[in-house]
Design a protein. Structure first.
Lengths: 151, 132
């Protein structure tokens, strides 16, 4: 079971490229038709050098380009089948656009028990910087682990 | 933007969640957790069927948000995943102005956000802070 000793654990940084084709697949999947995300002219009129990414896409980029998928699960010995998403937060500091290369640095910032040990909550915070070293965002997720009942 | 507290500025409805949509989102998002697309895996994990990625639902909420608010104005966006979103769910995303305030000389609004299914059950409860 995950305990306080996990706090502070850092995982392999992920480098991800914001590629237009992958972004278009994401937009099509969601039925997203806002021209800002697809059209360089619309993006330019909104003040962007290139189309920006939608608000939750940072989460996807980190998963798509991770060299070790679900690393935090294997590193902390968590069964994928017992995991649910509890909370998710994004703090945006600067724009992220098509053509950017981002570096994600995830680390465990909290572990707590809920419902008398029936659930464990693990909080992971990820700092995101772009190719110029600009700190563009912070991502925070809380993962809920449904613990097996003690036999 | 000059919103007033209580104004509903975000509102969007989405088509029912299908297995096909979950398969597409699995590929498009990089989240390959089989629990959302593989019925055998979901059943072994104790669920009656596959169910939506929480982040698919949050992406819909984000889409509703950026239909109303230009992305450069969004300072933060967060949600709690209150309940599992089942197949067939028809989601409605809404946001109302909860608070107007100033931070470091910037006029901002806090929006209370929610996603409900067709029965009115809350799936996501969240908020966004936007610059006005």
């Amino acid at each position: 079971m995950v305990d306080q000793s996990a706090v502070g654990r850092a995982f392999t940084p992920v480098t991800a490229h914001v590629e237009p084709g992958r972004l278009r697949y994401f937009l099509d999947t969601l039925g997203e038709s806002n021209p800002l995300y697809r059209d360089a002219q619309a993006a330019s009129e909104a003040g962007y050098a290139a189309p920006p990414v939608p608000p939750t896409y940072l989460f996807c980029l980190e998963m798509m380009d991770a060299t070790v998928p679900f690393e935090f699960l294997t590193a902390l010995n968590i069964d994928l089948a017992r995991v649910l998403h509890g909370e998710q937060r994004f703090d945006y500091h600067a724009p992220v656009m098509v053509g950017d290369t981002l570096t994600f640095r995830p680390r465990v910032t909290g572990v707590s028990e809920k419902k008398g040990g029936a659930m464990t909550l693990v909080m992971i915070e990820t700092e995101v910087k772009n190719q110029n070293g600009v700190h563009v965002a912070d991502i925070s997720r809380t993962v809920v682990i449904r613990n097996p009942r003690p036999s | 933007m000059n919103p007033v507290v209580g104004a509903r500025i975000v509102h969007k409805e989405f088509p029912p969640i299908t297995r096909h949509r979950l398969a597409l989102y699995c590929g498009a998002s990089g989240d390959h957790n089989p629990i959302h697309v593989d019925l055998d895996f979901a059943k072994k994990a104790g669920f009656p069927d596959v169910f939506s990625h929480g982040m698919l639902v949050m992406a819909y909420l984000g889409q509703a948000l950026t239909d109303a608010v230009p992305p450069p104005r969004i300072r933060s966006f967060s949600t709690r995943f209150v309940a599992i979103t089942q197949l067939g769910a028809r989601l409605t995303c809404e946001g109302t102005v909860a608070e107007l305030f100033e931070h470091a000389g910037e006029k901002r609004a806090r929006l209370a956000l929610s996603t409900r299914d067709e029965t009115g059950e809350i799936k996501l409860a969240g908020e966004a802070v936007i610059a006005l």
